[in-house]
Design a protein around this ligand. Structure first.
Ligand code: GAP
Length: 509
């Protein structure tokens, strides 16, 4: 079921209808690249973040050395001293190539544009956004009309990256939303950090940035954490928090947003152990995403080629992406999490820029050695993770009243159980309400006494609620309830006083 084609439009519509995700400021026409989570979406995303925090910080796994991992958490500010971003390289280098269209006023990421044209004579080229089927089709139609052909088969044609065009070719290129050629500007570098001013004065001395990643708060606090806790290398510092990037073309629902949340671990190790820890984290993180419901063939692990690596990672143990095949990337995959050997780049940069130099080095008492630890960084997106869970869960089933159900892993499901009296009379509501009151002490559960049982199941199916408990006339005599399983729709009876423990076990499984 995992690899059936799914419609992103339908998933977005369900998210809005059932209160998973809304456009931010929708009543004012929205704002591009910003999204709000509704009641169900908030629970879903919280479950994802809580599971990550629980599994990474609170009950860390056994590491490759056979010892339990030591990972501690921090919660740093979004606005930091701007020198942090000079040291990290973001002020100078956190840029995307941007192209403007003088005709349509639209703005594109140059590296997301492709151009279609006849091999020769190529008088006109048509640009489209990669992975956007509608745009590609529009470009094809325009090219065929211009070349007076019926099909692409009848034309020797090629698709190339926009960035590969010569200045002359750019003058002959029609933008994705334009009619005339030559309206796309030359690619310009555009810094993605949002700027603001701190304090009453709006001048260059008060400029600050909204953090574009949570990682730097961790690096800037490395010495504080070492000095205030008992952590010793190898250990990790984890953080979940908002990050902001003024993306040139936010798109694909929440996938590329301008405000999003990251879940990042900086794991500090002795430089000689980079390979071992890199491989361990890569496999561990891949298995984690599988464990929370992305178990099918839509999840893949992709090791980076040498030419994709950041400059500081060139000679490192490696970099890989954990990727998900979203409906809008299919048949390709989009990044959920990156696992990178960042060497000692960040710690060294902060030691240099803060003037702390050798004082910032870590003293390893066991080795009697002073050094800058190397870092393995598993960096995941909470919004992309939530989106992957939504896409994976979306399952059509024409035999159901809802026509669709959300197959969330029970640990991720926003609502764990529905509690219903079969009929809203005869003493059944009182018993069902008691069960509801008991279960809601531990879990998000919903009580629903209204309408037919079929309609109540349908509502729960769309919300992805894995279990529904129904109190009926038999409950009054034998103290058992019916449990209905969302995926199989099978029903069984269990003792009412065993329901709470049964539900706990299902969620943990
Ligand atoms: N500290 C490393 C770092 O920030 P990144 O690959 O730029 O690395 C890590 O970001 C993760 O953050 C990505 O894998 C993705 O899940 C998420 N992410 C990055 N940019 C995003 C955006 N514009 N919208 C939503 N999520 C984003």
């Amino acid at each position: 079921m995992a690899s059936e084609p799914k419609s992103m439009d339908e998933i977005v519509a369900l998210c809005r209808r059932r209160g998973f995700i809304f456009q931010s400021s929708e009543i004012y026409g929205g704002i591009n690249g910003f999204w709000d989570y509704g009641p169900l979406g908030t629970e879903l995303k919280r479950n994802l973040k809580n599971a990550w925090w629980q599994d990474i910080v609170r009950s860390s796994a056994i590491g490759p050395t056979g010892d339990p991992l030591h990972v501690v958490g921090v919660d740093c500010t979004i606005i930091m001293n701007p020198r942090v971003w000079e040291a990290s390289g973001h002020v100078g280098g956190f840029n995307d190539p941007m192209v403007d269209c003088r005709e349509s006023k639209a703005r594109y990421r140059a590296d997301h544009l492709q151009v279609l044209g006849a091999v020769e004579p190529a008088a006109r080229l048509y640009a489209f956004i990669a992975n956007d089927d509608d745009q590609r089709e529009r470009a094809q139609k325009a090219l065929l009309k211009y070349e007076r052909r019926d099909s692409l088969d009848a034309l020797r044609h090629q698709v190339r990256p926009f960035t590969a065009l010569s200045p002359d070719e750019r003058t002959r290129c029609v933008g994705p939303d334009a009619k005339e050629p030559g309206t796309l500007t030359e690619p310009r570098q555009f810094n993605l950090m949002f700027k603001t001013n701190v304090g009453a004065l709006e001048d260059p001395s008060s400029i600050a940035y909204l953090r574009p990643e949570t990682a730097q708060g961790i690096f800037a606090n490395f010495e504080n954490v070492v000095n205030s806790t008992r952590v010793r290398v190898p250990f990790g510092i984890a953080q979940i928090g908002k990050a902001f990037r003024n993306e040139v073309t936010p798109r694909n629902f929440t996938f590329r947003s301008r405000e999003f949340e990251q879940m990042e671990i900086e794991f500090f190790i002795h430089p000689s152990q980079a390979k071992e820890w890199y491989g361990w984290w890569r496999d561990q993180r891949f298995a984690w995403w599988q464990s929370i419901g992305l178990a099918g063939d839509n999840l893949q692990l992709r090791e980076h080629e040498k030419d994709e690596l950041a400059h500081y990672a060139k000679d490192g143990a490696g970099t890989s992406d954990i990727e998900y095949r979203f409906p809008f990337t299919a048949p390709d995959f989009g990044e959920l999490e990156g696992v990178a050997h960042r060497s000692d780049f960040d710690l060294r940069q902060h030691a240099e820029h803060s003037g702390r130099r050798d004082k910032a080095k870590y003293f390893d008492a066991e080795r009697n050695e002073r050094y800058f630890p190397h870092v393995i960084e598993p960096s995941a997106g909470a919004d992309r993770g939530t989106l992957a869970l939504l896409c994976e869960a979306y399952t059509k089933d024409p035999s159901r009243a809802s026509g669709v159900f959300m197959r969330f892993h029970p640990r991720m499901a926003p609502v764990k159980a529905g509690v219903f009296p079969l009929v809203n009379k005869d003493g059944l509501p009182e018993v069902a309400e008691r069960l509801f009151a008991d279960l809601r002490k531990r879990h998000v559960v919903e009580y629903d006494p209204k309408q037919t049982i079929g309609k109540r199941y349908a509502r729960m199916d769309e919300a992805g609620t894995p279990f529904c408990f129904t109190v009926d006339a038999d409950t009054l005599t034998n103290q058992s309830v019916t449990v209905r399983h969302r995926d199989s729709q099978a029903q069984e009876r269990i003792a009412m006083d065993a329901v709470a423990a049964w539900l706990d076990a299902q969620i943990r499984a």
